[in-house]
Structures are given as C-alpha cells and as structure tokens.
Design a protein around this ligand. Structure first.
Ligand SMILES: Nc1ncnc2c1ncn2[C@@H]1O[C@H](COP(=O)(O)OP(=O)(O)OP(=O)(O)O)[C@@H](O)[C@H]1O
Ligand SMILES: [Mg+2]
Length: 502
C-alpha cells in the first residue's frame, strides 16, 4: 500500500497548524514523526484518522483520492489510531474490550466462548502472554497499551498511527512495546510513531519525518543521521547544557519529612531537603512517589509522621496552607489535575497564585493577572494562539508548560514536580531544567519525580530511591549510570560505590 499526502493545510483561528505538508508512506515501514511541541504532529494524525478535516490538500491511498469526513471513513480504509489517552474500559475483560460493540453472536445471544477463544487467538498471534479473561484494570500499563493495539489490529488495518504511546509507560515497559511495534512491520503495515524520546526511535524507526511549526522539514532514512542531526532538524540550532557546577545545595535544611506513613501506599518515609537543592525521587511505577508528593502537599491525608518547614512543624496540612508556607506541586495528570481545559490560558496560568492577585480583599487584580500570564508564556516559551484561547486548543506539550507556569507563579520556596517532562520536547525539557537550576541558585529547592532515569541523573544533586512504598536509600547522580539506577529501583538495594555521601 502507498499513502500520499499532497499540500495539506490546516488552519485554526489564529494559527496555521499544518502548512502545505506533502509526503509519501509505504507499507512495511515504521515512520517516526518528530517535531517540537505544537509543530503539528497530532493534527496530522487526526487528519488521517478522519477526526478533523484539512482546510485544503489531498490524500491518496494507492493512487485513489480519499476524503475522510468521519473517523468511520478512515477506519473503513484500514487506518487505525492509538492515542496517548487510553480508550479501554477498565472494568471489562480484555476480550470484551477487544470486541466492544461487535461481540460474536450465536443467534441473538453473545457467543462468549468464541469471544474469548478469538481474543486469545489474536493475543497469541501478537506474541504476548495476556489472558483474555483478565479484567483490564488488573493489567500493567504496557499490557493495556498492547491490548489497545491488538484491538486496532483486529480490524486488520493497513496503517497504524501511534501518538506518544509510551508517555505513561515505565522504562521496562517501553522495551516490551517497542519490540512489539517492530513485529508490526512484518505484517506489512504502515506504522506512524510519534514520540519525544529520541532513544526510542532507534529501536523502531526506518525513516524519520520532521515537522517544525506546521512546515514539512524533511523525510530521511534514520541510519543516515545521528541524534544531533535529528535535533537540528527539529529545532534549528539548540544547545543542550549539563548541570552547571554552581548548582550546589546549601547547608541549611528547608524541609524535614519525618516518619511519614500512609496506609497501603508508603511507610515510614524520612528525609531532609536542603536549601537550593534539586532532589530527585526514582522508583518503579506504583512505588508511592506520586502519593508521597501529594501527601506532603496536603492534598491527601496520611496517618502518622510530621513535616517541618524551616524548623517549624506544619500543623495545617492542606494545599492552601502549604501554598502559603511556600510549597508548590505540579501534578502528574495534566488533563484532570493540571489545567482546566475549557478555561483560558490566562486563567490557567493564574489559578495557583490567585491569592496573591487579590486587590482590596475582593477584587482580582487584572493587570497583575495579565502580566503574570505574559511573563510565564515568555519564560517557558509557551506557544499559544492568544491569552484568551482555551487550554484545549494547545498542543499536549504546551499544556504541560502551562501546568508548570501556573505553579511557578506562586514563587515557591519548595517546588515539587511530578513527571513535569511528560510529552514535552527536548528543548522544552531543557527549559524546565534550566528553571530548576536558576531557582536553585536563588535558594529555591526542588523535588523532582520522573520515570525517565536519564533525566534524574542529568538534573539532580541527589536521588532518593523508593521501592514498594519505602525509602531504601540515596544515590549520587555523579557516580551512577542509568543501568545502575534502574537496578536500584528494581531491587531496592543500593551498592556502596554509588550511595550518596554528604
Ligand atoms: N482546536 C484547536 N484550535 C486552535 N488551535 C489548535 C487546535 N488544536 C491544535 N491547535 C494548534 O495547532 C498547533 C499544532 O498542534 P498539535 O497538537 O498538532 O501539535 P503537536 O506537534 O502534536 O505538539 P505536542 O508535541 O505538544 O503534542 C498548535 O499550535 C496548537 O495550539
Ligand atoms: Mg501532540
């Protein structure tokens, strides 16, 4: 099969998301679709999926002109899409999810036996060991992602598009998924794979296609390029900086967490955070990192333990008092906890600091609000159509920057970041790291949770390891490799030579 796009343009009010993009795709190849945040990748996918229509331009499948008015039209032509947000129903079994809305029937009754047999068969041809009787919520994230792909494959698509399929997976899980995507090539399917993690594309892709600000920059064989070439295609020239030497924590303890226990999630957690320190927390999915941050922030209750900030025990443990005490938290779940999608960019950049913007006790200071939003947009280089545009019109990565900007405007003393770089491009990540380092020089401390271990090693002064709800030790990022850090998270054992020494 051959798919051709000719001069695709997509205009949104105030923004040209795709600007005369033309390209050719052939079956049996994996194409990595790359580009910085807001460059038009998801828009491109949505056009092929029939979710939105192009303003102008043409699509051809095997030289036949096609016009997708609805997702159903694209489906009929054999195009399947996997989005970052999963669409499986957690309470149903694997087989029920795969055959949702089209369960095999015997007369007027559902043929359950056949449903499970067929689902098992499909999963087997996929080369994975997942029981079709299993309820989806009991599966790990990568298994769910594979069930999602299996479901897509069961329609025998000729093209499969994956929009950031690994952004909510842990390191080990990503490996499984990548192996699996490779096998799709043998089925003669065209695969389009969107990711911001460059190390992934070397495992799966044949060709890369780069977009920048809606423009087609190039399509090249991966083997001709190194990472630097790819980054240059994506951004023009950028420089990636290492942690500057002068980012060093002070000797003063800013926060002391003592014996914190929350039933069933974490037990007896104690650590000190130093002034100006960038402290990482590493651990596998489910090790209790997010829950710990939420508890420290007062968003969830814990049973025993105390928190001291600058030597004073915190007695009112709720987010409002924590913000007053100078603590901020950028939450992990962008769409449900980070931004209010239907509200404007301006409002979303001001919610966390809303109390600082009150004039005469009741009026919100509009000038201050505008100024603050503009400042954050500039310093984080957020790409927005306008201050009044709803957050839902921003690309995924730019929404993430709004989450971070919102919390930075509270001017915290302690900033906790939960997976801040999820879905953002290499350059935007660097901007967030630079902010941590800059703030650190001004005495602001950061706690940084990330599933991407390279990132933790790059950014932090010290890394705590959490394993099954316990703090098992501390690692010195300057003496530790990614593999060693991964092993620590898995086993909960920290070898002497990489342990942190003060
Ligand atoms: N419904 C919409 N209304 C207005 N503008 C939109 C809408 N949807 C997307 N855009 C704009 O189109 C541009 C391209 O967005 P798109 O989501 O395709 O980017 P992307 O390459 O997928 O980025 P990311 O890596 O951040 O996911 C962005 O500038 C975005 O703000
Ligand atoms: Mg996107």
């Amino acid at each position: 099969m051959k798919i051709v796009a000719k001069n695709i343009v997509k205009d949104y009010p105030g923004c040209r998301a795709l600007d005369h993009v033309s390209l050719e795709l052939e079956s049996g190849k994996v194409y990595a679709l790359l580009g910085k945040n807001g460059s038009g990748k998801s828009t491109f996918v949505k056009i092929f999926a029939g979710v939105i229509q192009p303003t102008s331009g043409e699509l051809f499948i095997d030289d036949e002109r096609v016009d997708f008015k609805t997702p159903g039209d694209a489906h009929e032509k054999g195009i399947a899409t996997i989005y970052q947000e999963m669409s499986l129903i957690p309470g149903l079994t694997v087989a029920e999810n795969i055959f949702l809305n089209r369960m095999p029937k015997k007369g007027r009754m559902i043929d359950w036996k056949r449903a499970y047999r067929d689902a098992d068969e499909l999963l087997k041809t996929m080369g994975v060991k997942i029981d079709s009787h299993e309820v989806v919520q009991n599966l790990s994230m990568w298994q769910r992602q594979i069930v999602e792909i299996t479901k897509a494959i069961s329609y025998s698509p000729r093209m499969l598009m994956l929009d950031e399929p690994t952004s909510s997976l842990a390191q080990g899980e990503v490996q499984h998924l990548l192996e699996f995507v490779k096998t799709l090539k043998e089925r003669n399917i065209i695969v389009i794979y969107i990711t911001h993690k460059l190390q992934e594309i070397h495992h799966v892709a044949d060709d890369i296609i780069v977009l920048r600000d809606g423009q087609f920059i190039g399509q090249r064989h991966l083997e001709e390029l190194n990472n630097k070439d790819i980054i240059n295609m994506m951004f023009g020239q950028v420089s990636i900086r290492k942690r500057p030497e002068d980012v060093v924590p002070g000797r003063e303890i800013i926060m002391s967490v003592k014996n914190l226990t929350q039933k069933r999630t974490f037990t007896d957690i104690s650590f000190d955070l130093y002034k100006g320190e960038v402290l990482g927390i590493a651990g596998m999915l489910g090790s209790g990192r997010t829950e710990l941050l939420r508890a420290i922030f007062g968003a969830d209750k814990f049973q025993t333990g105390t928190i001291e900030i600058e030597g004073c025990r915190v007695t009112k443990l709720d987010p409002i008092h924590m913000i007053e005490a100078g603590v901020g938290l950028t939450p992990e779940e962008r769409k449900t906890q980070g931004v209010i999608l239907i509200h404007s960019v301006r409002d979303n950049l001001n919610y966390a600091s809303i109390r600082d913007n009150i004039k005469y006790k009741i009026l919100e200071d509009k000038k201050k609000r505008n100024r603050n939003a503009k400042e954050q947009i500039e310093s984080l280089q957020i790409k927005v159509p306008g201050l009044d545009s709803p957050c839902s019109t921003l690309s995924g990565g730019n929404q993430q920057k709004v989450v971070v900007g919102n919390w930075l405007s509270t001017k915290p003393k302690i900033m906790m970041y939960d997976e801040p770089s999820r879905g953002i491009d290499v350059n935007a990540k660097q901007q967030i790291f630079e902010i941590m380092w800059e703030e650190s020089k001004m005495g602001v401390s950061s706690i940084f949770v990330s599933t991407e271990l390279e990132e933790l090693l790059e950014v932090c002064n010290r890394i705590l390891i959490m394993c099954q709800g316990r703090l098992v030790g501390e690692v010195d990022p300057d003496r530790c490799s990614v593999d060693e850090l991964y092993a620590c998270c898995m086993s909960g054992v920290i070898p002497d030579q990489i342990a942190y020494r003060r």
